[in-house]
Design a binder for this molecule. Structure first.
Ligand code: IP8
Length: 259
C-alpha cells in the first residue's frame, strides 16, 4: 500500500481563495489508476483552508468568539474541496471514501490525538481508497484547531506502514537554496537530518501549518521507521506514477536515521 499526500499547492491555487485545479487532479488520478497500487490518500487544504484559517488564527485554538463562525466556515470550505476531489477520484476510476478529520479525529493542544485508523484499514480491505484531508477538528484543550494533512500522514504512516510515502508538491523537491530567487539552487536527491539543518530557512507561501521544512521534519520521522519517503513535483506529468511503480524518479528522497 502507498500513502500519498496531494499538496494543497498542487490541487488548488494557494494564492486565490477557493480555486480548485481540476485539470491537475484529473491527470494525477489517471497516474494513480494506471500505476495500479492500493493507495491511501490525503490532500491539503490549499486556498480552501489556509486563507481563512490564517486570517482568524484557527491554528492557535479558541481565543475569541469571532473565530467560531470562521472555524465552521473553514470546515465547510475544505469539505467543498474534498467533495470536488472525491468526484474526480470516483469518476476517474478510483473508488474512494471520504474520512473527514472534523468527524473522525480529535486534537490535543494542536496535535493529532484520536484517529480511528481501523476505518482506513477496513475501507482498504473492501477495495475502496480511504481519503482524508487537512481540516478543522475539535481540540480537548483549545476547543478547536487545525488537523494538518502532514499530521495525518505521520499517524497513518506509523500505523499502516506503507511501502512508500509520497508527498506530491508544487516543486521538484528540496533545494540547496530557494530556486525562485537563487539561480545556483540545486535539487538534492536525498536529504537527511544533517543536510536539513544546514539549509537556509526561506519560504515562499505562508501556511498555518508550517513551511516545507516542517514537512521535511515529518518526512524524517516517517523515514526513520524504515519507510521510503519521497517528495516530488505533481505538476510534472508522470512523476507520481513512476514513484507509485517504485521507479527512480526526479525528486528528493528523505532518509531517516534508520535508513
Ligand atoms: O493543507 C491545513 O492542512 P494542510 C488545513 O495539509 C487547514 O497543511 C484547514 C488550513
Amino acid at each position: 500500500m502507498m500513502l500519498v499526500k496531494l499538496g494543497g499547492s498542487v490541487i488548488t491555487d494557494k494564492t486565490r481563495y477557493l480555486t480548485f485545479r481540476v485539470d491537475v487532479l484529473t491527470r494525477l488520478v489517471k497516474e494513480i489508476v494506471s500505476a495500479g497500487q492500493n493507495v491511501v490518500l490525503i490532500h491539503g487544504a490549499g486556498s480552501f483552508g489556509h486563507v481563512l484559517a490564517s486570517e482568524h488564527r484557527i491554528q492557535d485554538g479558541y481565543t475569541n468568539d469571532s473565530q467560531v463562525p470562521a472555524a465552521a466556515k473553514v470546515m465547510e470550505d475544505v469539505r467543498d474541496l474534498n467533495l470536488r476531489v472525491m468526484r474526480v477520484l470516483n469518476e476517474g476510476g478510483l473508488p474512494s471514501a471520504s474520512l473527514p478529520p472534523s468527524a473522525v479525529a480529535t486534537l490535543k493542544s494542536g496535535k493529532l490525538d484520536v484517529l480511528d485508523v481501523n476505518l482506513f484499514r477496513r475501507y482498504l480491505e473492501v477495495g475502496i481508497s480511504p481519503v482524508t484531508f487537512g481540516d478543522v477538528a475539535l481540540d480537548s484543550e483549545r476547543r478547536f484547531g487545525i488537523c494538518s494533512g502532514d499530521q495525518l500522514m505521520e499517524r497513518l504512516a506509523r500505523e499502516l506502514r506503507p511501502e512508500r510515502v509520497i508527498f506530491v508538491s508544487d516543486i521538484d523537491g528540496v533545494f540547496t537554496a530557494d530556486p525562485a530567487s537563487d539561480p545556483d539552487a540545486r535539487l538534492m536527491e536525498t536529504v537527511d537530518r544533517a543536510t536539513l539543518d544546514s539549509l537556509p530557512r526561506t519560504q515562499r507561501c505562508a501556511d498555518v501549518t508550517g513551511s516545507i521544512f516542517g514537512k521535511i521534519e515529518t518526512m524524517l520521522r516517517i523515514a526513520s521507521w524504515g519507510g521510503d519517503a519521497v517528495v516530488l513535483n505533481g505538476h510534472a506529468p508522470g512523476r507520481l506514477e513512476a514513484a507509485l511503480r517504485g521507479e527512480a524518479v526526479k525528486g528528493t528522497r528523505v532518509r531517516g536515521d534508520a535508513t
